[in-house]
Design a protein around this ligand. Structure first.
Ligand code: ATP
Ligand code: MG
Length: 396
């Protein structure tokens, strides 16, 4: 079967009242971007609360690839491969379209149970929807002798939409849901090479947020392979979120200073506080309205509620922690689904694990942390300026 078009349905964005057109336009743009590599093959547009992806030429050889791309566009609720024909007010002609559709998709001798569901938007077709469905059901039974009607749980539902043209389809492929990226502002993701932070970025992008990312690199303690792993993760997330600007910060001197001057059981917390400070500085320059981390309560010593309070204390921007109540297994499940897991588990070193204490504090006290950070006062401002000034930016 060669389908000619896709009908894209969206759910939540239908609820946005007067802003609705902005969400629809953003979704059209995101779909166009996702199909960029098939330049000249598709025409994407909206019409009567529907988005269509019409083909201008045969695309059967890349059909699966196109579906795969559409399945990654946030805001898409379902993808329906359709056959689209010109409007007719003549029932016989409509019936012929539907019979041809069944034959094309299911062959000469289909054996399914089915139900026809008609939606008549264009009232110049002079029959009621239920009557059209009943008549079409009858014609299908007559033509294909091994089919049966089952209105409760049919094998196949045949949808017929009578609009300014006629849409016929029987397959609904689930999209990712969410909101089109670009409709909810921008945020800065603290992206490490681990399992959690790419999932956190995915989840916030799913709510329509444009993502920038920041990675703290500690050469020579962390290798080029570790850095490349983070770039690769950003690229995988960008399949959903659109391009991600990744800021790479050389964190080595700051880490060494902390290691040198602060109590070792507080290393991770103090390091995390400086990561947040730097992330916030760059977020402001990039018009990011929030930070995102992959933290989850109690996962490690630096993520107890007490530790999170200490980390959060340096932030003025809101910090989104979409995984805060997730178990590791639940995070892994999403990581596998979105394709980041295999890359995340590559065994390259992370700056947090290299400078880690044997017995980190699990209930850090802010007064102690302030005292420890005091010890950095002669060097830290210059180190922060240097780290920020020497950042590397990569578009992923
Ligand atoms: P992940 O799997 O995301 O690395 P984790 O379980 O290893 O998380 P931590 O190392 O405590 O947890 O880090 C908590 C969060 O801090 C991460 O989810 C990430 O948002 C941020 N983070 C940690 N290390 C880095 C880094 N090197 N660069 C950027 N962000 C980092
Ligand atoms: Mg980590």
């Amino acid at each position: 079967m060669n389908y000619e078009s896709f009908l894209i349905k969206y759910s939540e964005i239908g609820l946005k009242g007067k802003n609705r057109y902005k969400f629809e336009d953003a979704l059209v743009s995101r779909i166009r971007e996702s199909l960029k590599e098939f330049e000249g093959t598709f025409n994407v547009y909206k019409e009567q609360e529907r988005i269509y992806v019409d083909s201008k030429k045969d695309f059967s050889d890349v059909y699966d690839k196109v579906i795969d791309k559409l399945k990654k566009v946030f805001g898409v609720f379902t993808i329906c491969p359709i056959n689209k024909t010109e409007f007719t007010s003549d029932y016989k002609e409509l019936s012929k379209y539907v019979i041809d559709f069944v034959r094309n998709v299911y062959g000469e001798n289909p054996t399914f149970t089915f139900k026809v569901k008609t939606r008549r938007v264009n009232k110049s077709f002079d029959m009621h929807s239920d009557d059209i469905s009943a008549e079409l059901g009858h014609d299908i039974l007559e033509t294909f002798k091994n089919t049966k009607v089952d209105v409760h749980s049919p094998d196949v539902r045949i949808f017929v939409e009578i609009r300014n043209h006629i849409n016929i389809y029987s397959e609904k492929i689930p999209g990712p849901g969410g909101l089109p990226v670009g409709t909810s502002g921008k945020a800065m993701l603290l992206l490490s090479g681990g399992i959690d932070s790419p999932v956190a970025g995915f989840m916030i992008a799913k709510r329509g947020v444009v993502i920038n990312a920041i990675y703290f690199h500690a050469p020579p303690y962390t290798s080029d392979r570790a850095k490349q792993k983070v770039i690769d993760l950003a690229k995988i997330v960008s399949n959903y979120s659109g391009h991600i600007k990744l800021h790479i910060i050389n964190f080595t001197d700051i880490q060494l200073a902390i290691y040198d001057k602060c109590p070792h059981d507080e290393l991770t917390i103090i390091m995390r506080r400086y990561m947040m400070r730097i992330a916030e500085n760059i977020a402001a320059k990039e018009d990011c309205l929030a930070l995102i981390t992959g933290e989850s309560i109690g996962q490690v010593a630096s993520q107890t509620v007490e530790s999170l309070v200490n980390t959060n204390e340096v932030c003025n921007l809101p910090v989104f922690r979409p995984l805060i109540g997730f178990d590791k297994e639940e995070i892994v499940e999403v990581a596998k689904k979105i394709g980041t897991f295999e890359t995340s588990i590559l065994p390259y070193e992370d700056c947090c694990t290299i400078f880690v204490a044997k017995h980190p504090v699990t209930k850090p006290k802010l007064t102690h942390i302030y005292r420890s950070e005091e010890r950095l006062k002669d060097v830290i401002d210059d180190l922060l300026i240097k780290a920020i000034d020497t950042q590397e930016e990569i578009i992923c």
